[in-house]
Design a protein around this ligand. Structure first.
Ligand SMILES: NC(=O)c1ccc[n+]([C@@H]2O[C@H](COP(=O)([O-])OP(=O)(O)OC[C@H]3O[C@@H](n4cnc5c(N)ncnc54)[C@H](OP(=O)(O)O)[C@@H]3O)[C@@H](O)[C@H]2O)c1
Length: 100
């Protein structure tokens, strides 16, 4: 298994990269979000079950630490097909925006 500290040497780290972290508001997901923001220049899309996504307090705190321009929080409930479709569209839109 690859330790997260090695990820930036293996994966794209530039400003045109976009990482989607499901369950980004807590636990392992939140730590991935922190490290992607800290160790890369990539845009990070973090998902939360909270709606509106601004209720994801841990991610809001992270955004307040000055990296909010590279962090987008999107609502995703994996048990709800319509939520999956909407969040997929949001992620595709963000990826397209970062590429242009
Ligand atoms: N194999 C291993 O060694 C190992 C070790 C540790 C953990 N794990 C597994 O890794 C996973 C994450 O662990 P964790 O400690 O980070 O868990 P956690 O702190 O409980 O976080 C769970 C995350 O899942 C999100 N979530 C819950 N229900 C969801 C749904 N219906 N749709 C989308 N997202 C949902 C939550 O989002 P909100 O906060 O926005 O509700 C939260 O961010 C767990 O499944 C755990 O069992 C495996």
């Amino acid at each position: 298994m690859t330790h997260i500290s090695k990820l930036p040497t293996l994966l794209p780290t530039g400003a045109d990269a976009v990482y989607v972290v499901t369950g980004g508001n807590r636990g392992l997901g939140l730590e991935h979000v922190r490290q992607f923001l800290e160790k890369t220049q990539a845009h990070v899309v973090a998902t939360t079950t909270k709606s509106p996504p601004s209720e994801a307090n841990n991610l809001r705190l992270l955004a307040d630490q000055g990296k909010s321009h590279r962090l987008t929080v999107v609502t995703l409930d994996l048990s709800d097909e319509s939520s999956i479709k909407v969040s997929h569209l949001s992620c595709m839109g963000i990826a397209e925006h970062e590429r242009t």
